[in-house]
Design a protein around this ligand. Sequence first.
Ligand SMILES: C[S@@+](CC[C@H](N)C(=O)[O-])C[C@H]1O[C@@H](n2cnc3c(N)ncnc32)[C@H](O)[C@@H]1O
Length: 277
Amino acid sequence: MQAETLLDFLLESVTENPNTKLVREKALKLIQEIREAGNHELADALLKCIKPRMSHPDFGTYKNYWNYLAKNMLPDLATGGGKDMHEQQYIFLVHECGLQKDDLFLDIGTGSLRGSKKVITYLEKNHFHGMDISEEIISFAKKRVSKNIDLMQKEPSLEIDDRFRFSKAFPGKCFNFCFAKSVFTHIYPDAVWDCLVQLRKVVHNSGKFYATIFKDNNVRVYSGDVQKMYYNTEWLAETSNLAGWGFEEIGDTRVGQYMCLFKPIPVQYCSMSINKV
Ligand SMILES: C[S@@+](CC[C@H](N)C(=O)[O-])C[C@H]1O[C@@H](n2cnc3c(N)ncnc32)[C@H](O)[C@@H]1O
């Protein structure tokens, strides 16, 4: 039983798992228990097996991971995507999804703005809102804006938050167009849930939320880690419904990855009269 549990931990203990520190501590504790129970051979074998993993850096959180990437690579490279991604993203959002100039737009995990710069210049002033977990990346994005008059004139709002607290980052805003390119492809299910629940509070009933994923319906819920995460879309559909969203699979688009569309389920409070109970 101990060996099985340990194996579970080992499988979870991928390089940049945000819970790596905890996983490592638990794995070492279990090996120590196995040793104390007298099974030195198994303890040695398991220790040998996890040592290479222990040598990888422990980023601890998503924030540390993305800050680390942004510091060690150019932010445009850290956040990925092809060279003409801003063009493809613009065509997809404006021509294929009907984004209007006066839509109140929220870009979740906005990154270096490599993908969103053309959308900013298309939208009316003050209509672009970008949020990201990484201070390094947002600082780069702000510099990009300050160096480009077309971007600057649109006064995009760029905020940092690590728990998708949209209502705190953008108080009083009610968005009608939201986008998350290549964000669910790097986060665990609890963070997807946080995002959907927090987002539902700041999106108009007629709004839309497009998000990309990597799809794998052979896994129960998810597989992967912060570097590349796959989701089962049946789980995603059910989870979205619980968080107040309808869910549609769009599939492959010009912006890459696998596109999903979330539409708010209008809030319906319980209305049964007391007499009927
Ligand atoms: C692969 S990049 C994509 C950036 C941008 N959407 C694009 O397509 O160019 C992922 C971005 O999501 C941000 N991110 C990752 N986890 C996040 C989280 N939990 N909350 C907010 N942003 C997050 C990262 O900092 C990074 O900028």
